[in-house]
Design a protein around this ligand. Structure first.
Ligand SMILES: [Zn+2]
Length: 476
């Protein structure tokens, strides 16, 4: 092509014609382009129009450009009948290649395209460089940018309306009440951050005493058809709420607190949650008819993940409300509190991030300490008790697995010491472990009880508990 062009240029020069060169992408041809090309033609007798190939434009302006393909742009310029020759510039040509090959008598350019230095250098290859001002106030790039932004703004406005509508429908379906327990109102509020108008989803997790949230985000470039038809293909293109939740939480290795979500997680999210160590999932709604939901339930079952639908008719709402909240405490398990005063103290400590069984915060006499344990009286003894002594781990240990051999051995000595010291002829050494709803413990730090009953009496030591608060007690 370039050989043919050079042949034509040679011919024109022989006829005494002044050769001009003007270059551009000429995408979405507008009035500025036309004026520019016409002015260029006025400055010469034989105008060569350089036009960037699709590939060249894509490399420079991104995958969404050009809007008008090469062939159409070429035909359009040809139809204008201004150019004497149109040359399509390949992507890989060296800098200023066409200028150097043609050595035009006049190179026509727009002010912003070349620096002053460039213009001086260009004079080595051209007879003259004619700099024209921009022929219209906005370039094609600016126009396209504005169109895209406007489209997206419009799309976002529409999505926000749709999201609000979808949230209202969800609220009706679950019979939403504003006094529903944390994190349900927060989950519902967070739905407004979703960009999926058809099915906004929100997920939450309490981590280190802080609630984290995530909502699903759709790519604004997905066609409405895909969104409205809810194909599994579309489902793959959405950034799911659970993924965004994990993103917002940063690096968490072992996620041992429950995940709450407005919609049962899809199988892909489930896999990620399993890998993160999640053991419990609470959800408001599900789509059991969808394949992703079936696959996801199977995954949860196989991996012993407890999944609970919140606010179903089969389970009493208050029970779930309490159950959700009861799992959120770091040091205490309120359902096993026996008295309001005890619960108040427990809550006060928990709210200040104080472990009530930390020696620092024990507000009572410490009878004595050993290497691993400290010994104190139980402030809230059981009925018909003569003596109730607590043996508490000095270190913040919460699981039986973390009790060392040395600690166990020391317990043997402590039992003998206490029996001697407090003249205890008989009683029981009791240790609760594991899930507090099964053990009956109200405080989570490892501790043991020595219980001595009054003569002729039986002491009831509860093993096992509930997942809801004792009737009549309230968290203030
Ligand atoms: Zn998902």
């Amino acid at each position: 092509m370039i050989d043919e062009l050079l042949e034509e240029v040679k011919k024109a020069r022989e006829q005494g014609k002044k050769i001009g060169l003007v270059q551009g992408s000429w995408d979405l041809f507008h009035i500025g382009h036309l004026r520019y090309m016409k002015k260029a033609k006025e400055l010469c007798d034989y105008l060569i129009v350089g036009m960037d190939s699709d590939e060249k434009i894509r490399l420079r302006k991104g995958p969404s450009r050009p809007i008008i393909p090469e062939k159409e742009r070429y035909d359009f310029i040809k139809q204008l009948d201004i150019a004497d020759y149109i040359v399509i510039k390949p992507a890989n040509e060296p800098k200023w290649n066409l200028i150097k090959e043609i050595k035009p008598d006049v190179l026509i350019a727009i002010k912003d395209n070349y620096s002053d230095e460039d213009i001086i250098k260009l004079k080595d290859y051209c007879g003259n460089v004619a700099i024209l001002p921009r022929q219209s106030t906005t370039s094609t790039s600016d126009k396209i940018r504005k169109i895209i932004i406007k489209n997206n703004e419009q799309k976002i406005t529409n999505i926000k309306t749709d999201v609000t509508k979808s949230i209202d429908e969800l609220k009706k379906r679950i019979n939403y009440q504003e006094d529903m327990p944390t994190p349900i109102p927060e989950l519902i509020a967070n739905l407004h951050n979703s960009t999926d108008g058809v099915c906004p989803v929100s997920a939450a997790c309490l981590w280190n005493n802080k609630w984290y949230f995530g909502s699903n985000q759709i790519d604004l470039n997905i066609s409405n058809y895909d969104i409205e038809n809810r194909t599994e293909l579309f489902y793959n293109l959405v950034e799911h709420a659970e993924m965004n939740l994990l993103k917002n939480m940063g690096t968490v290795k072992e996620l041992n607190t429950p995940i709450y979500t407005t919609l049962f997680p899809c199988d892909k999210c489930m896999k990620v949650l399993i890998a993160k160590g999640v053991k419990e999932i609470y959800y408001l709604e599900d789509h059991p008819e969808k394949n992703w939901s079936k696959r996801s339930h199977e995954l949860a079952n196989k991996n012993n993940i407890k999944t609970t639908q919140m606010f179903t008719k089969t389970i009493k709402q208050e029970e779930i409300i309490n159950e959700i909240n009861m799992n959120n405490f770091k040091y205490i398990y309120p359902p096993n509190a026996r008295e309001q005063e005890q619960l108040d103290i427990m809550m006060n400590m928990e709210n200040n991030d104080h472990d009530p069984l930390d020696m620092k915060y024990i507000n009572q006499e410490i009878l004595y300490t050993t290497n691993y344990w400290f010994i104190t009286a139980n402030k809230f003894p059981y009925e018909d008790v003569d003596k109730q002594i607590l043996i508490v781990s000095k270190d913040p240990i919460y699981r039986k697995e973390d009790i060392t051999n040395a600690m166990w051995l020391e317990l043997k000595e402590i039992l003998n010491q206490i029996s001697d010291k407090y003249n205890i002829p008989g009683g029981a050494l009791c240790y609760r472990f594991g899930d507090p709803a099964l053990s009956g413990a109200s405080l989570k730090r490892v501790h043991l009880h020595i219980i001595v009953p009054k003569e002729e009496k039986k002491v009831k030591f509860n093993i096992g508990g509930k997942r809801t608060l004792k009737k009549g007690l309230i968290i203030k």
